[in-house]
Design a protein around this ligand. Structure first.
Ligand SMILES: NC(=O)c1ccc[n+]([C@@H]2O[C@H](COP(=O)([O-])OP(=O)(O)OC[C@H]3O[C@@H](n4cnc5c(N)ncnc54)[C@H](O)[C@@H]3O)[C@@H](O)[C@H]2O)c1
Length: 258
């Protein structure tokens, strides 16, 4: 990826899935810029970037049109043009994940779908003028978009919207030779995941119930991200690709994993 440029959005700390993908991009030789939600996250990111020469970072709330416009100005100034975008952003108010889905309030619905799905559309629109032919965008999703997981609630609906948005964006940006895909990851112990009530139990169960009889590693998410961004996936767009150790293909837990 020498000569390629990437914007990675959503690193909160070293356990973030966005960081796993960024590490792969940096190892492959891409130039990488980062955006973080708010100033309280700057310190963590600065620590990660201290031994990564050539990187830069900037605050940008993905729900703010003004922040996204300023971010793309910075991308233009640093890189001129852009090849890759990693969108690893999601949020739902805790109250919406504690109770029953049927009790989701309009405000919580709007917040979850705005932050977790619409921001991918907004980011793509702001990035479009800078994207080079052969460019590629990815987002991060979860199988709760397709099947019911306890407590995912409105986040499952947001992920379904995100995956549909991925297909529509792939059609629009495909006209410029730019690809758009979603990485559907099995559970990983991150800040966002820990906000899901009962996540620890779900993590254990997902490991046992997977074809590979284990959980995925962040590194494996990073490698799928790298593949989808790179020319190795030059004919792949609009897809939701799973890296879940073969969890969702199983109708029942494999025998011997009670
Ligand atoms: N961890 C898992 O088990 C898992 C599984 C599948 C998919 N995912 C998805 O991966 C993505 C990354 O999450 P993660 O698990 O690495 O957790 P994380 O907490 O490390 O990352 C989530 C990021 O979203 C950012 N964010 C939230 N609201 C924002 C806003 N308004 N503007 C800008 N940034 C905002 C946070 O600052 C944070 O950096 C999310 O879309 C998540 O749903 C996670």
């Amino acid at each position: 990826m020498n000569g390629k440029t990437a914007l990675v959005m959503g690193v909160a700390n070293a356990r973030s899935l966005a960081w796993a993908i960024a590490e792969q991009l940096l190892a492959a030789g891409a130039r990488v810029g980062f955006s973080y939600q708010g100033e309280r996250l700057k310190g963590e990111l600065d620590k990660l970037l201290v031994d990564k020469p050539g990187t830069w970072s900037m605050q940008a709330d993905a729900t703010s049109e003004a922040d996204l416009a300023a971010l793309m100005d910075r991308v233009k100034q640093e890189f001129g043009e852009l090849d890759y975008v990693v969108h690893a952003i999601a949020f739902a108010p805790r109250a919406a994940m504690e109770g029953r889905f049927v009790e989701t309030t309009p405000d919580d619905w709007n917040t979850a779908l705005n932050v977790s799905a619409y921001t991918f559309v907004a980011v793509a629109r702001h990035a479009e003028p800078l994207l080079r032919e052969g460019g590629s965008l990815i987002t991060l999703t979860h199988h709760a978009s397709q099947q019911v997981f306890p407590k995912y609630n409105v986040m499952g609906v947001a992920k379904a919207a995100l995956e549909a948005a991925t297909r529509y964006l792939a059609s629009d940006l495909g006209a410029k030779g730019v690809r758009v895909n979603a990485v559907s990851a099995g559970p990983a112990r991150t800040v966002a995941a820990r906000s899901i009530p009962g996540f620890g139990t779900m993590f254990e169960e997902a490991g046992k119930a997977s074809a590979l009889r284990r959980n995925i590693t962040n590194d494996e998410v990073g490698k799928l991200g790298l593949y989808l961004l790179s020319d190795l996936a030059s004919g792949v767009t609009g897809q939701t690709v799973y890296v879940d150790a073969g969890a969702y293909i199983m109708a029942m837990k494999p025998q011997g994993t009670e």
